[in-house]
Design a binder for this molecule. Sequence first.
Ligand code: SF4
Length: 377
Amino acid sequence: MRFIDEYRDSELARGLVEHIHRRSKRSLRLMEFCGGHTVTIFRYGLRQLLPPTLQMLSGPGCPVCVTANADLDKIIALARTPGVILATFGDLLKVPGSTSSLQQARAEGGDVRIVYSTLDALLLARENPDRAVVFAGIGFETTAPTVAASVLQAKKEGIDNYKVISVHKTTPPVLRALVGSGEVRVDGLICPGHVSAIIGSRPYAFLPREYGIGCAVAGFEPVDILQAVAMLVDQLEAGEPRVDIAYRRGVRPEGNTIALGMIEEVFAPGPADWRGIGVIPDSGLRLRDERFDAERAFAIEPGPTREPAGCICGDILRAVKTPLDCRLFRRVCTPEYPVGPCMVSSEGTCATYYHYGQDGPEAEEPCGQPARGAADE
Ligand code: SF4
């Protein structure tokens, strides 16, 4: 299939791996921001193909995972509000908040509907004029334009019962917070492909300029990732960090100006609460028009927040720990019985380690007993 087969071509991949081995001399720490990249890296065993000079880290690029419990609790509280239809993508259903989940709220009578696009949510609003339809707006710059488009359409049609709870997050501010904290050393960043298709590659320019960090925007096939790694090694070995694009078929330096215009029209920057990282100014998107803002339309009182006992998702999202450091991994926490969001989302680091393993799917528990999750698979 065009645009897929050539990016899974083993000869191309072998050539890139050989190039990386030839060029890599220094010890470098490369982070992939995006959970989709983490999945590709593990699914194709790319870590094992790289020289020992390169250490790969997984970053906070899973939108469901970085959603703080305080925000999840608000969404769950909305699902329990009489008269509300809570519309959401399916990946949010099982994510545990402080004391409940959308799945539980639905089992207890909340009207939670799975939708496949924001236009489905808008259709629900048209079909239920006496109910408020609240769409759970979660995601990075990739999903924000579709939510913006639905708000603009609702405004055009005068659909005032359509609301959005926006816990959208933007990528450059969290990258600045992560590298600026000094908690984790990153020499090179594999920048997210889908996010960059919207924002372009220019917003990463501060990373080489202010922090000496190399950047390469990557697509989601193994050759895309290896090409990005090769670009990073070339930049960093030459002492010339910059922003490269290894995903020219999807990303332009200026991004998608139409999508960016819609985001700008519908949302204003505001603070956002990131799991494990905290509140980062101007890293969220707030609705400009209060008629469509669920947080302003309803008095939401979700109660005190709690983190799942023993879960270290926050540390994993900051790349200071891995799922293998979590004592609940595989023993208690599995995709079937997830304790934290990094195990629920298909792009969560814990789910990726679970499915593909650090050293392969047959990873065993330290005591040598087959892991419970592995046996269940
Ligand atoms: S394995 Fe489960 S409990 Fe541990 S950090 Fe991951 S999601 Fe949290």
